[in-house]
Design a protein around this ligand. Structure first.
Ligand SMILES: [Zn+2]
Length: 83
């Protein structure tokens, strides 16, 4: 059995198995139409886990503030280097 070594990327505490945690993930998804069920489905094409946080660290974020920061990130990284 493989033991996963989950640690909080912010405080470094081990996140034991059976414990809830917060995961920030970048997904590439595609909407598809399932003709058998006659409903739209989201197909996950690729996922990159950006951050794994214990619930204490993960719950300290204001989600709306985090969304605003991500929405306002420049798409061109030379802009980040210049600021
Ligand atoms: Zn933490």
């Amino acid at each position: 059995m493989v033991e996963l070594d989950f640690k909080c990327d912010r405080c470094g505490k081990v996140i034991p198995a059976g414990t809830a945690y917060v995961s920030l993930t970048r997904n590439i998804e595609q909407v598809e139409h399932n003709v058998i069920e006659n409903e739209d489905e989201i197909r996950l094409l690729h996922a990159d886990e950006l951050l794994t946080l214990c619930t204490s660290c993960g719950s300290s974020f204001d989600t709306e503030h985090l969304i605003n920061i991500i929405k306002n990130l420049p798409g061109n990284y030379t802009e980040v280097k210049n600021n």
